[in-house]
Design a protein. Structure first.
Length: 135
């Protein structure tokens, strides 16, 4: 089961019928997200497999998964914000168990993202899950 913050995104998406409005919402979520400090935009935090520049900085504190992220593309920055609502604050053991594909599917993202964006989103999810499983 997804976090309450992600459930709010699902509810908002259900309310918005037009995909342009949903894209705008994702972009606005990205704009509202705090930027990743430049000092954390290093090769170790860069996510390969994304068409744009993407950085994820995961942290595990007291068994709880947190992460910050950033991108040079507004829609991707918004996707990072969506992932943040899905994963941030989960017990680290729950991160790998979460079926991100199914949860994100509830938003209809699979049908509305380009192949490159879908691959990038998949690469971000894999980075998050790998980090959590190695903790």
């Amino acid at each position: 089961m997804a976090q309450a913050a992600f459930e709010e995104v699902v509810e908002d998406f259900e309310f918005l019928e037009d995909w342009e409005d949903r894209y705008r919402m994702v972009i606005e979520m990205g704009k509202a997200m705090a930027p990743l400090p430049e000092a954390l935009k290093v090769p170790a935090t860069k996510v390969e497999g994304c068409a744009s520049q993407v950085w994820l900085h995961p942290q595990i504190e007291a068994g709880v998964f947190h992460f910050q992220g950033d991108s040079d593309a507004m829609i991707v920055r918004g996707l990072i914000a969506v992932l943040h609502k899905l994963y941030d604050g989960l017990p680290v053991a729950e991160v790998a168990k979460l079926d991100a594909r199914a949860e994100l599917g509830r938003l209809g993202l699979n049908e509305h993202l380009s192949a490159q964006r879908s691959n990038g989103l998949r690469a971000m999810v894999e980075r998050i899950q790998t980090t959590a499983s190695e903790a």
